[in-house]
Design a protein around this ligand. Structure first.
Ligand code: HPA
Length: 273
């Protein structure tokens, strides 16, 4: 499916007609990290079902809602729930909301996710700044004819996760009295969790965390010239590290446990973006 500039503009026009505020920061909330949505001021909620060309989100823990409002006085577009390739969407569709946010005026994108810890020094509940990613999905949202109006044919990915924003996030965490992990996020298709052998492979390749989202969104954000900050909540140790099976319930329990810390971190960062 080719997503055209016209489709992006139609979606953005609809959103602007419902919510007059012009967002400067885009925020994608991962599984179980929806708490920030309850701390927005003057929020207007728009169901994904009402936005032209938006897909529907189908996963438990991912409500399908775009909120336009303020966090600490900063105008924000917040996605509560995102689209994953394992739901059957193509990579360009999973990243379509990023295009729409850019069209709405967003300059900075904050992406969050729940991820498995591949680095054995991590502990469930840690927050990890994403320094870089491994796109292990075998897909790329930019495949197809390039619209030069949206970005270059061969976009640079050497600073896809802004060093400046990572420094800013680290000093915000310092101020709040906790530390952040930092590392490489490997994005896989899912929906099955990885095997222990796959986790050993990913560790050998340099991954610190693993998940099923984010990479296509960040590729499109780079293409669109957005500055990106990525934060993973390490919700579980990846397969084979502990002698126990992985479950979505564990992911949701951990994200629930760290939600206050996550909230305070993001609330401290946002006014500085
Ligand atoms: N693997 C993949 N995706 C995940 C995990 C995991 O261990 N935890 C949360 N999302």
């Amino acid at each position: 499916m080719t997503l055209t500039k016209e489709m992006i503009v139609e979606a953005a026009d609809y959103i602007s007609s419902v919510a007059q505020m012009k967002p400067e920061v885009g925020l994608i909330l991962g599984s179980g990290l929806g708490i920030l949505a309850d701390h927005m001021e003057q929020a207007v909620s728009i169901s994904y079902a009402d936005i032209p060309h938006f897909p529907q989100s189908t996963v438990e823990g991912h409500a399908g809602e775009l909120l336009i409002g303020q966090v600490q006085g900063k105008p924000i577009a917040m996605m509560k729930g995102r689209f994953h390739m394992y739901e059957g969407y193509g990579p360009e569709l999973t990243a379509f909301p990023v295009r729409v946010m850019k069209e709405l005026g967003v300059k900075t994108l904050l992406v969050t996710n729940a991820a498995g810890g591949v680095n054995t020094s991590f502990t469930p509940g840690d927050l990890m700044l994403i320094s870089d990613h491994l796109n292990m999905t075998g897909k790329n949202p930019l495949i197809g004819a390039n619209d030069d109006e949206l970005g270059p044919r061969f976009p640079d990915m050497s600073q896809a996760y802004s060093r400046r924003l990572r420094e800013l996030a680290r000093s915000a965490a310092d101020k709040l009295g906790f530390s952040l992990q930092e590392g490489v996020y490997a994005g896989l298709l899912g929906p099955s969790y990885e095997t222990p052998a796959e986790i050993r492979m990913l560790r050998t390749l340099g991954a610190d965390a693993v998940g099923m989202s984010t990479v296509s969104e960040v590729i499109v954000a780079s293409h669109a010239g957005l500055e990106v900050l990525g934060i993973s909540c390490i919700s579980n140790m990846a397969a084979g590290i502990l002698d126990q099976p992985l479950s979505h319930a564990e992911v949701m329990e951990t994200t629930d446990r760290v939600r206050e810390q996550f909230l305070r971190l993001v609330q401290t960062i946002i006014p500085q973006l």
